[in-house]
Write a protein that binds this ligand. Sequence first.
Ligand code: C2E
Ligand code: MG
Ligand code: MG
Ligand code: MG
Length: 285
Amino acid sequence: NADAAMYHAKASGRNNYQYFNEEMNMAAAMHFEMESALRSALQLGQFELHYQPIMDIATRRLATLEVLLRWRRPAGGLVMPDQFIPLIEDNGLIVPIGEWVLRRACEQSMEWQRQGIAPVPMAINLSARQFMHRGLVDSIRRTLEETGIDPALIEFEITETALMQHGEQTLEILGQINAMGIRLSIDDFGTGYSSLAYLKRFPVRKIKIDRAFIKDLEESAEDRAIVAAIVALSDSLQLSVVAEGVETEGQFQLLREQGCTFAQGYLFSKPVLGVRAQLMMDKAA
Ligand code: C2E
Ligand code: MG
Ligand code: MG
Ligand code: MG
């Protein structure tokens, strides 16, 4: 039992050390195994995209689909991004994998359009590591050309932390992306070092309030005040606001009263495979 083991470990310094060491070796081995599996995952076709609707609050209709990456391991089931994205950011694999995400999302959008489905913009996540890669802008341009997608159907989501990290260089890259006609939004707003005034310098159209502020919206007057302040400031800067992680009708109604533009969360749908996302879209007239 755990208490006894802990007591034993504390009582004997040497045992404690061995125990700890074994755990570290296990963790290192798992990390190594996962990393080599990730290296071949792209060629093996083990990544898949799921899509989560972002709803227009006023009309309660689908506005955007956020593209979320998953890793399908033959033996290990579906691996969620929090389990492997930090790792591929560290080793640089995020660059080719991120390129695949954009290409696959564009191809999917074009497939839907060919089937007569009214196009819905796709929101794609970009991490800081992708920004530092010099080839990013060229790679995006190539993907747009080769897939033929309308850039107005693409939005990139970037966290404020990623924005603040690289200052001037980031500003220049964002300018180039914006010039291609792709829209930009700030993800997980409120969790990093946030300054809406600072955001004015970036060609950003939309901010996504982090789920941390939405979770207790119904109970917490403080969270309601924070969300109201973000919405008011965003309005004056002509930014639209998305609330992330909306799970209840009560949260949805509060957001509506506060003038929030969009809502995303399990209240509407979890992220789903393309075939299911298709059912949420309208046939073009
Ligand atoms: P994110 O961009 O902030 O995405 C929103 C996350 O919140 C998703 O988790 C989504 O499934 C989850 N979520 C949405 N609605 C609700 C809700 O009502 N309740 C709760 N509890 N959760 C909700 P997911 O798919 O696990 O993705 C986690 C993070 O991984 C994303 O956070 C994003 O930062 C990163 N990520 C995912 N796909 C990609 C990708 O293709 N490229 C990069 N660079 N990062 C990605
Ligand atoms: Mg996102
Ligand atoms: Mg987010
Ligand atoms: Mg996040």
